[in-house]
Write a protein that binds this ligand. Structure first.
Ligand code: FES
Length: 117
């Protein structure tokens, strides 16, 4: 559902996703990692998955997108249950914030990672 520029939906796991779509074309995200991150989600807790790849707190947002990728916003969601999930680290998934295996492609595996700070 779209309302006021926000996209809200529940995925098949029941997790509520809220994202804000920018009006102008977004810059492309950078590949933060070539594999997903196993994360223990806590029911009722809010999370902000880094969609730009610039965060130093992967897979979560640390606000770096405001300067490094102003057209990309984090994907905010609320966990419906305590659960361990695989959150995408390559930022190329088609099922954000979850890994869909896209990181196994040659394009991701041969990509150069940004330098560590
Ligand atoms: S880490 Fe991005 S699709 Fe798996």
């Amino acid at each position: 559902m779209r309302a006021g520029g926000r996209l809200r939906y529940r995925d098949p796991r029941g997790v509520l996703h809220i994202s804000v779509r920018p009006c102008s074309p977004s810059p492309a995200p950078v590949i933060a990692a070539k594999e997903p991150f196993a994360v223990e989600l806590k029911a009722g807790q809010k999370y902000g998955w880094c969609a730009c790849g610039h965060s130093r707190r992967q897979p979560f947002c640390d606000g770096t997108h405001k300067k490094a990728a102003p057209g990309i916003s984090p994907l905010r969601f609320v966990a419906e249950e305590d659960k361990t999930v695989w959150l995408c680290g390559c930022k190329q998934t088609r099922t954000p914030p979850y890994c869909d295996g896209t990181h196994k492609t040659e394009a991701v595996q041969s990509a150069r990672l940004p330098p560590n700070p």
